[in-house]
Design a protein around this ligand. Structure first.
Ligand SMILES: [Zn+2]
Length: 494
């Protein structure tokens, strides 16, 4: 008696989901079946009770709805939701070019209407297969963001529990991007743990993991995780939330010659990607990026990086061809294992600069040895910076010591002190700070790079050491009488 209702339940989910349930339950021999055959096969062979299937189906449907809420992030962060009017009975809004009408929000006779080209609304919401399309949470999210509805007073239709949590996370992100909320904790530890644990699996398209933990398809999770990884390397990034084109732009802002790398992420089932289509990649770099920029920004687009679980060795043959196609953009390949190694090394020892890491994108397939190499380059860079700063400090101090020092003091006026500080600071440009001029006041300005805190620490420590060494040398060598001693000797007639 229970089999028809099992069948009804299975009909409400996709063939892909049914196959996954069969696989998880150790069944075999269903991969070539059409949809009806598959539903029959699963009904007959799954050793699960109707309530068990019901709960599996509920779980899958909930996961799909959370994915839809997450899909609304694109609209909210691009700020393309426009609330035209907001009354109790009717809310009018547009999302991109689509009109959305919501009737009686929070009440039993609630309904909503998504106009125009929304296929999801026409084929799924109207047919009652799904309670909403991604444009509904987008409008609700905008209303919450603009404080036009109060969540203490209204019970949102179809958006509760984890779906509401997902929506609130997006609103928080928007508030942070708009500077309305200060992020007090970047949660670096958590992000790093997730990367270490899941990045490789996600890059091999582990659908179940992507859905259960991240509520999104693996392709999207992979893109977001790669973005997270580069942010942990203290790069500013621009994430493309749409499904076409490049995935993110990496901004090497702190390099003396700032650069932009166009990143494309390629997850692959079997852990290794096939050769990509060079014309697509060329479009990502030129049509969809460089050609839309102006002036110096155009020249900054120098690199294209593919991130994938792994690459076939002969893929490097594409590098020269790509360079020719794009008029000089360097193509490189970053395996997930190298990216993880880079992030882990960096979080343990955050001494890389954008200038030193630029070396990576000049490689073909980027290896762990290359990562070791850029840490060496950075160490050398810090040593050079330090030694230059120390040398300037010493020469300025020695100058003044020769002329204005006695057994007690090294003496200088305010102007000379300022001069020393300025000369030392000059040696730290442009890596640790940038100097500018305030247009209105004509006063010099300094921008200190806080992401390089460890480099600052190392250089300043070396300077402290140098300074104290100079004082010690003076203390041991100066015997010239101080004015006080000079005066006392005079008064005492000695
Ligand atoms: Zn819609």
């Amino acid at each position: 008696m229970s089999s028809p209702s099992k069948q009804d339940l299975l009909k409400t989910i996709t063939s892909k989901d049914i196959k996954e349930i069969c696989k998880n339950n150790g069944l075999k021999g269903y991969s070539s079946l059409n949809r009806d055959g598959l539903i029959n096969f699963a009904t007959e062979n799954l050793n699960l009770s109707t309530p068990q299937i019901q709960s599996l189906v509920n779980h899958l449907q909930e996961a799909k709805l959370i994915t839809k809420v997450k899909d609304s992030e694109d609209f909210l962060l691009r700020k393309v939701v426009n609330i035209e009017s907001c009354e109790d009975e009717l809310i009018l809004a547009t999302v991109d070019s689509l009109k959305v009408k919501i009737y009686n929000l929070g009440k039993d006779d609630f309904s909503y209407f998504c106009d125009g080209k929304c296929k999801d609304y026409i084929y799924r919401v109207k047919q009652e297969y799904s309670p909403f399309c991604k444009h509904y949470p987008a409008v609700i999210g905008e209303l919450i963001y603009q404080e036009k509805i109060d969540l203490d007073e209204i019970h949102l239709n179809h958006l509760s529990g984890k779906k509401l949590e997902a929506l609130m996370e997006i609103i928080e992100k928007r508030k942070k991007e708009d500077g309305l909320l200060v992020s007090d904790d970047r949660n670096i530890g958590n992000t790093l743990e997730n990367l270490k644990h899941d990045l490789m699996e996600i890059s091999c398209k582990n659908t179940a993991l992507a859905r259960e933990k991240y509520n999104e398809p693996p392709e999207k999770v992979f893109k977001t995780m790669v973005d997270d990884a580069f942010q942990l390397l203290e790069y500013e990034t621009i994430l493309n939330r749409r499904n076409e084109g490049w995935d993110l732009l990496l901004l090497g802002t702190y390099a003396p010659q700032p650069y932009i790398a166009v990143i494309s992420t390629k997850p692959a089932h079997l852990g290794k990607i096939n050769k990509p289509n060079l014309l697509n990649l060329k479009n990502f770099c030129l049509d969809m990026c460089r050609d839309q920029l102006m002036g110096a920004y155009k020249d900054a687009v120098k690199y294209m990086v593919l991130v994938a679980p792994d690459f076939p060795e002969d893929i490097t043959s594409l590098v020269a061809e790509f360079q020719q196609l794009t008029g000089g953009i360097k193509l490189s390949f970053l395996p997930v294992s190298t990216l993880l190694y880079l992030v882990e090394c960096y979080r343990e020892n955050p001494i890389l600069t954008h200038q030193s890491s630029e070396y990576l994108y000049k490689k073909d397939i980027i290896t762990q040895e290359d990562v070791d190499e850029i840490f060496n380059i950075s160490e050398k860079q810090i040593a050079d910076l330090s030694s230059r700063a120390r040398m300037v400090l010493r020469s300025k101090m020695e100058d003044i010591c020769k002329r204005h020092s006695d057994a007690c003091y090294i003496k200088m006026d305010e102007i000379y002190l300022q001069h020393i500080i300025e000369e030392v600071i000059n040696t730290l440009k442009p890596h640790l700070l940038k100097q500018g001029l305030n247009d209105a006041t004509g006063i010099k300005t300094f921008s200190l790079n806080h992401d390089y805190y460890l480099l600052w620490g190392r250089v300043l420590q070396d300077l402290v050491e140098e300074f104290s060494a100079i004082l010690e040398e003076q203390s041991l060598s100066q015997v010239q009488r101080s004015p006080l001693k000079e005066d006392l000797i005079k008064y005492l007639d000695l």
